[in-house]
Design a protein around this ligand. Structure first.
Ligand code: ZN
Length: 216
């Protein structure tokens, strides 16, 4: 029996009303350009997930890739956090940002810690997950996702790119209901796609990358 199975269950997320998140608790790169911030507004909320500090995760230094995901089977943010933490025995929810169907962004994995969402790129990427399972994403979700990608990249346009999960790993995520043409109009034209940057996929469906370029 593993140590995990012997432990008392961890406290769940606090399922109270989400609270607004102060700027100081967010990556500074999100606020690097006042003009773009006004053009791409975002609302951040927190449910205060309780992380398993017995499963430490490394610190993120370089962010070279933003990976877009969809939630599984309509699982809520809190349920996804519990599955990742208590079933998969990870530090906690693997995504850094979670976009509700109303367009609000819930904070998941702390922005300065390595996530668990797109092996082998976890050490150089943020994971962004849209709630809603197989249902088509809402316009508010798409708009928020585009704004989040734009604002995360804006301070480092030449060194950070975005992709769907399926484009960087052997996965169907984010599913057929989220296609490039749905999301691209909501992202600033200067933001580059990881796929265009690095070209062909491997036989396994993952991008061929140069680890030096990705700061991994
Ligand atoms: Zn995914």
């Amino acid at each position: 029996m593993s140590a995990n199975q012997n432990r008392e269950p961890l406290a769940p997320c606090e399922l109270t009303e989400p609270v607004s998140v102060p700027e100081k608790d967010l990556p500074r790169r999100l606020f690097a350009n006042a003009h773009l911030n006004a053009q791409y507004p975002l609302t951040f909320r927190s449910l205060r997930p309780v992380f398993d500090f017995d499963k430490p995760t490394g610190r993120l230094s370089t962010i070279s890739l933003l990976v877009v995901h969809r939630s599984t089977s309509n699982l809520s943010f809190a349920d996804t956090h519990r599955v990742h933490r208590d079933v998969r025995h990870w530090f906690g929810i693997g995504y850094h940002f979670w976009i509700e169907r109303c367009g609000a962004v819930l904070l998941g994995r702390p922005w300065n810690l390595v996530g668990a969402h797109a092996k082998p790129y976890n050490r150089c990427s943020y994971g962004i997950c849209l709630a809603g399972g197989d249902a088509p994403p809402t316009t508010l979700q798409l708009r928020t996702c585009g704004a989040l990608i734009t604002r995360l990249v804006q301070s480092d346009v030449d060194a950070c790119w975005w992709a769907f999960h399926r484009e960087v790993a052997g996965s169907r995520c984010p599913g057929d209901s989220l296609q490039l043409q749905d999301l691209k109009p909501h992202i600033a034209p200067s933001v580059k796609r990881a796929v265009s940057r690095f070209g062909s996929m491997t036989a396994g469906g993952a991008l061929k990358i140069n680890p030096a370029l990705w700061g991994a």
